[in-house]
Design a protein around this ligand. Sequence first.
Ligand SMILES: O=P(O)(O)OC[C@H]1O[C@](O)(CO)[C@@H](O)[C@@H]1O
Length: 564
Amino acid sequence: MAINPPVDATQTKAWAALQDHFQSLQDEGIDLRAWFANDPQRTEKLSFEAGDLHFDLSKNLIQPETLSLLAQLGREVKLDERIESMFKGEHINNTEDRAVLHTALRMPEEDRGSLVVDGQDVVGDVRDTLKRIYAFADQVRSGEWTGVSGKRITTVVNIGIGGSDLGPVMAYEALKPYADAGISARYVSNIDPNDLAEKTRDLDPETTLFIIVSKTFTTLETLTNARQARSWLLDHLKAQGAVDGSDAQSAEAIRKHFIAVSTALDKVEDFGIDPTNAFGFWNWVGGRYSVDSAVGTSLAITIGPERFEEFLAGFNAIDRYFRDTPLEENVVALMGLLNVWYVNFFGAHSHAVLPYDQYLHRFPAYLQQLTMESNGKSVRWDGTPVTSMTGEIFWGEPGTNGQHAFYQLIHQGTRLIPADFIAFANTPNPAKDEDQDVHELFLANYFAQTKALAFGKTADEVRAEGTDESIVPARVFTGNRPTTSILGDDLTPRSLGELIALYEHITLTEGTVWGVDSFDQWGVELGKKLAKEITPAISQDDQALAAQDQSTRSLIEFYRAHRH
Ligand SMILES: O=P(O)(O)OC[C@H]1O[C@](O)(CO)[C@@H](O)[C@@H]1O
């Protein structure tokens, strides 16, 4: 398929200007203390609002001019055009010849009919599917939908992997305070049988609903776990006397305890799940961009349709901001471009995301798939090699746990690790420790860390504390360690939707500069294929074993010799 080749960012005028700018910053000395001292308006100039979120970029290794140059880079690589192409449904995922329309998943009811792509009324289909999901969610929440023995559902178990797991589990954990119908959710992803065993161990099959989520409905892990769950359900229902084991009762049990989410609804039916209880989505939704589609059904059930709509509205607010705001003022695009600044000019390899909110404890894991499956590429969308480093290793843990684990390296190590600090002004669990508000104690850490990273502590300051000269060097903090602070009022379905959309669009922005297709994932295929080929060699097929390379053969031989 004919596509416009990506602009080589490294050949643009803006790239050359950024190189000069980088060099002059190095020459004059990067010094956040001085930059703040010399410019009382620095924070004001480098702060932004988008949706309900507040962004402070002033503790980054940038001057206001840097952002203008980065915006210029965005223009020269035609970022605006790519954003527009995505929103309009052009096939920007060209290696799979697909539109990229996760933004349509959160368009409101009144936008029905406004986006027709490849003959499909995209928003109409999205809203129709949501209606069905909401109707089903309401039935489960109200107790109208029961298990086969007439008991109401109290646990939903989502079985999926990658995008069919990471988004829903992250969002469910983040929005636990909104789970108000007495229904909890669990998430099984790993093909390691330990995962399903532990997640079902204390469950009552009569009150459990499984949601099998797989875009393709071919994924080995998910289908294996789904079959295992089906056996678990039928065996336990029979043992409890809830069914007699006849085919008719088994079929009814599966109908009442299994629903599915997929783009391949024919395969769902083959599995034995009633197509009336299957919710579809479309090949223009990438797995890692799908939490706001039917993939979020576990969320719609636990927090309810109204809250799910608020979640979608949050995404939509950032989508509109991203599409409509000029690049120079567009903090979403600027954060993506800032990441390029660190990767390609400073040589940073990784990026920490540090949520100061325990409810966001799965957010970094979610971002790993979103960003690394999207931009971990060595060829551009026209098949030519990339011309610069691409991709960042995203990682993180919630504060303050990370402070007592890996922050040492961020503060005093030899690597530059740009970090996003995320926090909310309010907590749903206010607490006092004697007279001290515990949330404020927590936030004091949030503010203190970015301050320490930016401004450090000089040798003279260390000496002034009476430190023995021999250990002064060990206690010096260089500072100039870049951070972005993101603050919101409360972690709500809406603000969570905003945060997710923010990182989705950061990912697109970076991918556009690097010229990569951020929506395919061919890199996961080879391992899947080899696992299939290796399976017989592991169990008993000696011919298949002999066909392996020497290292793999020797490892399998070790396994065979040691298995019980
Ligand atoms: O939803 P599916 O089709 O089961 O795929 C699960 C995951 O597998 C991948 O294709 C590869 O890991 C992801 O992109 C996707 O989210």
